[in-house]
Ligand binder design. Structure first.
Ligand code: MN
Length: 721
C-alpha cells in the first residue's frame, strides 16, 4: 500500500528525530536507506488494521530507538526485521545493501521466531541459553521483543481466536523471557496486554476500579511522598520521588495468590526514590531518612544491591506504615540501577559502574560486559562498544529439544547417540536411527542448537566400537565402553562354563597353570581370550580333546592328514571344479561367492569346505589345524548359484519393499532366496538373501539398493543359520 510523499517524508523525519533524541550516534543515511528499503519491500502488504504493513516495522524501529534505546544498527534491523520472512528479499541482498551485521540481526530475528512457538517454557534457564547459543548478537533478541510488543499493542485488529493464541504465547513465553533479560518495562506491558485478551472481564473490572479511584489515589500518593521529598532535598540529595499504581496483571496475580478481592490489596502503589548519583551508599542513607518519617515494617527490608536478583536487578525495598495504617513499599535505587531494572541488558552499555555479584549463571556474561567497558577508552563512542557486543557465551554448548519440547544441553559437536544416552542409557543402547527436525539422519550427524531430535530404537540394536569414533559426551563414551566390555564378560563367562562342563564330563582336571599352557598352545594370548574363543564357538572342545580320546579317533585324524596331502597333490591348490572325487562345500558361516578371496579346509568327511579368507571361523581353524588348509581358486562360474546376504536398514514406508525387490529382480534376473524384515517404530532392519553369480554381481545389487529412497544402508552380511 502506497502512502503520499508528504506522509512518507513526515514519517521519516519523525523517525530520525526520535533516533537523534535517544541514541548516542545516528547514521542518517543508513536509516533513510533502510526506511526506503522497508517501505518498498512491504509495498504490497497490508496489516490486519488496514494500514500499510510498513507501519509495523516502522513502529518496531521506534520502540527500539525510544523504549529500549539501543543503537542505529538496531533501528535499521528493526525496519528490516520482517523482509526475509514476508517478502522476496534474501539475506544476501540485505548483506549487500546494509552490511553483514544488519543482515545477521535480521536473519536472527527471523530464525528465533520459531523457537518461541509451541513450547511451554518449563525450563526458562535453558531456553535463555538456547537463545544465546543461537544468537551471537544480543540485538536480535531485543528487536524480537520490540516486534512482539508492537504486535500486542495492535492485537485488537485480530480475530478473537488469534488474539487468544497470541496472548497466551506472549504470557507464557515472551513475558518471562523479557523478565529474564531484565526488560521489566516490556515485561509488564506484555503481561498487561496479554491479561487483557486472556481474562477480558477481570481486566476490565480492575481497570475500571483503578480508574475510579484515580483522583483519590493521586492525592494519597502526593500526601505520602511530600515529606520524603522535602527531607531528602533538605540534606541535598538529588532525587526523583514518585508513585504510581502497579500493573494490572501484578495486582491480579496478588489477588489470586492471596485469594482476596481488589479492595483488600493495599500495596497497589509502587513508590520509587531514584537517586541521581552513582553512589549506592546514598540509597541506604535515604532509607535512614525515610524510616525517621514513617515506621518501617520489621523483616520487610530487602537489599538487592548487595545481592542482586538473577537478572541483575538492584534496588532496596523498604516497607513502611503510613499514618492510616497502610503498609507501603518504597523502592530506592540509583538512576543507573533504575535503567537496568527497566531496560535490562540494553542499559549495561550506559552504566559500567554497577557491581554484579553472586549469580553464578550470569557471572561469565557480566564479567565479559565489564571487560568490554573497562578495556575501551573513554573516547570510544558507545557505538563501537555496541558493535563489538558479540556474545561469546554458550557457544561451546548446544541446546536441543526432545519430542516433548524439553531441552537438553549437549557439548558442541554432539550426535544423536549422545542425545540418546542423555535421555537414558537404555535409549542409547538401542538407538538405531534418529530424526532431526523430522528428517532421518545418520547417527554421526552433528546436532545444532534448536534442533528437535527424535531417537528411533530397536531391541536388536547394540552399541558398537564404531560409535566411539564420533560420540562426544563422557556419558555416551563410558556407557558404550561398559556395554562392549560387559558383552565380552558375558561371552567369557559362558566360555568358561562350557569348558568346565566339558572337563567335568571327560573327568579331567586342569590346574590354572595347565589351562594357561593349553591356551598358549592353541595360540591364545591369555586364558581370557581362550575362554572368549570357546564362548564364541571359535574353538570346538571336542576337537581339542580328540587326541586324548580313543585310538580310533587318532586313526581318523591320521586318515584326514593323508587325505589332505592327497587333495593337495591332486589339485595343486589351483582350481576346484568338483570333478576331483571329493565334495565341495561352501561354508555357511561366510557364504563365499566368486570374486571373494577364499581358502579351503579339508574336513574329516573327506570334503573341502570353502571359506572366505577373512572368515572368523577359518582364522580360528587355521590356528588349530594349519596343516589342513589348502589354497583354492574359483572355477569359471556362469550360473547365479551362490547365495549371499545383504543387510538393509531403512524407513518403514509403504512401497519400499516393492522398490527393494524390484531393484533386485530387475537386474540380471536375480532371484531372491528370502527376505527377513523386522519393523520397529517406523523403521525396519532385515536381511535379504539372493542368488548371485559373483562378487561383481552382488556389488551391483548393493549399489542399486542404495539408490532407493528411504533406504539408508545396504551391505553384505554373513548369514546365520
Ligand atoms: Mn514483525
Amino acid at each position: 500500500m502506497r502512502i503520499s510523499e508528504e506522509e512518507y517524508n513526515k514519517l521519516l523525519s519523525n523517525l530520525l528525530e526520535t533516533c537523534h533524541k535517544f541514541l548516542p550516534s545516528v547514521d542518517d543515511k543508513l536509516i533513510t536507506n533502510a526506511f526506503k528499503f522497508s517501505y518498498e519491500s512491504h509495498i504490497n502488504d497490508t496489516r490486519a488494521s488496514g494500514e500499510p504493513y510498513f507501519y509495523h516495522p516502522l513502529a518496531v524501529a521506534k520502540i527500539v530507538a525510544e523504549e529500549i534505546t539501543l543503537d542505529d544498527i538496531s533501528v535499521v534491523a528493526a525496519l528490516l526485521h520482517d523482509v526475509i520472512e514476508d517478502t522476496e528479499v534474501t539475506y544476501e541482498l540485505i548483506k549487500n545493501e546494509f552490511g553483514v551485521t544488519v543482515a545477521e540481526i535480521v536473519e536472527g530475528v527471523t530464525k528465533i521466531g520459531g523457537i518461541f512457538k509451541g513450547y511451554e517454557i518449563n525450563q526458562a534457564e535453558n531456553y535463555r541459553k538456547l537463545l544465546l547459543s543461537m544468537v551471537r548478537d544480543i540485538r536480535v533478541i531485543l528487536v524480537k521483543f520490540a516486534d512482539r510488543l508492537h504486535n500486542m499493542r495492535t492485537l485488537h485488529y485480530m480475530r478473537p481466536d488469534k488474539q487468544r493464541r497470541i496472548a497466551k504465547e506472549t504470557m507464557e513465553i515472551y513475558a518471562p523471557f523479557a523478565s529474564r533479560f531484565g526488560l521489566a518495562k516490556i515485561k509488564w506491558e506484555l503481561e498487561d496486554l496479554s491479561f487483557k485478551y486472556l481474562n477480558k472481564e477481570e481486566y476490565n473490572e480492575l481497570a475500571r476500579k483503578i480508574k475510579d479511584k484515580r483522583e483519590e489515589r493521586e492525592k494519597y500518593i502526593a500526601d505520602f511522598i511530600k515529606p520524603i521529598k522535602t527531607a531528602l532535598e533538605e540534606i541535598g540529595l538529588q532525587c526523583e520521588v514518585y508513585g504510581r499504581p502497579k500493573h494490572l496483571y501484578s495486582i491480579y496475580r496478588k489477588m489470586i495468590k492471596r485469594n482476596t478481592v481488589f479492595e483488600n490489596i493495599f500495596d497497589l502503589l509502587a513508590i520509587r526514590v531514584i537517586i541521581e548519583s552513582t553512589d549506592s551508599n546514598l540509597c541506604y542513607y535515604a532509607v535512614g531518612v525515610i524510616n525517621k518519617l514513617y515506621t518501617p515494617v520489621q523483616g520487610k527490608f530487602k537489599d538487592y544491591i548487595i545481592v542482586p536478583k538473577k537478572n541483575n536487578y538492584q534496588s532496596l525495598h523498604n516497607t513502611v506504615i503510613n499514618s492510616d495504617g497502610r503498609m507501603i513499599e518504597i523502592q530506592i535505587r540509583t538512576r543507573a540501577m533504575h535503567e537496568v531494572a527497566e531496560r535490562g541488558v540494553a542499559a549495561h552499555w550506559k552504566y559500567k559502574e554497577s557491581t554484579f555479584t553472586s549469580d553464578k549463571e550470569l557471572e561469565e556474561w557480566v564479567n565479559w560486559i565489564r571487560d568490554v567497558f573497562e578495556n575501551s577508552s573513554k573516547d570510544d563512542a558507545a557505538k563501537d562498544i555496541i558493535s563489538s557486543f558479540q556474545m561469546y557465551l554458550y557457544q561451546e554448548e548446544i541446546y536441543v529439544f526432545t519430542p516433548k519440547g524439553d531441552l537438553l544441553k549437549l557439548p558442541l559437536g554432539a550426535t544423536p547417540i549422545d542425545f540418546a544416552y542423555e535421555v537414558h542409557s537404555r535409549v542409547g543402547e538401542t538407538c538405531i536411527g534418529a530424526k532431526v527436525n523430522g528428517k532421518i539422519v545418520p547417527l554421526n550427524t552433528e546436532l545444532k542448537s534448536g534442533d528437535q531430535v527424535e531417537i528411533l530404537t530397536s531391541k536388536n540394536q547394540h552399541p558398537t566400537e564404531n560409535w566411539l569414533k564420533f560420540v562426544k559426551t563422557h556419558k555416551a563414551k563410558n556407557n558404550i565402553k561398559k556395554y562392549i566390555n560387559h558383552q565380552d564378560d558375558e561371552i567369557i563367562e559362558n566360555g568358561k562354563h562350557i569348558w568346565e562342563k566339558k572337563i567335568k564330563k571327560l573327568k579331567l582336571t586342569f590346574s590354572d597353570d595347565e589351562v594357561q599352557k593349553l591356551a598358549a598352545k592353541l595360540r591364545y594370548d591369555s586364558v581370557r581370550f581362550f575362554f572368549k574363543a570357546i564362548g564364541e564357538m571359535e574353538i570346538d572342545l571336542d576337537k581339542v580333546f580328540a587326541p586324548n580320546q580313543a585310538q580310533q579317533e587318532a586313526k581318523s585324524e591320521f586318515q584326514v592328514d593323508k587325505f589332505t596331502s592327497q587333495v593337495r597333490s591332486e589339485v595343486g591348490g589351483i582350481v576346484i571344479d568338483g570333478a576331483k572325487g571329493f565334495e565341495i562345500y561352501y561354508a555357511k558361516c561366510c557364504n563365499p561367492i566368486p570374486g571373494d578371496e577364499i581358502i579351503g579346509f579339508v574336513t574329516i568327511t573327506k570334503g573341502v569346505t570353502i571359506h572366505r579368507k577373512d572368515c572368523k571361523n577359518i582364522i580360528t581353524l587355521s590356528k588349530t589345524n594349519p596343516d589342513r588348509l589348502i589354497s583354492v581358486d574359483w572355477r569359471n562360474v556362469k550360473k547365479n548359484e551362490f547365495i549371499a546376504g545383504i543387510s538393509i536398514r531403512g524407513e518403514d514406508n509403504p512401497g519400499i519393499l516393492k522398490d527393494i525387490s524390484n531393484g533386485i529382480t530387475n537386474y540380471e534376473n536375480t532371484n531372491i532366496h528370502s527376505i527377513n524384515i523386522k519393523t520397529d517404530e517406523g523403521f525396519f532392519t532385515g536381511v535379504i538373501t539372493v542368488y548371485v553369480k559373483n562378487l561383481e554381481h552382488l556389488e551391483h545389487l548393493i549399489k542399486r539398493l542404495k539408490k532407493i529412497n528411504g533406504l539408508f544402508s545396504a551391505e553384505r552380511t554373513q548369514l546365520v543359520n
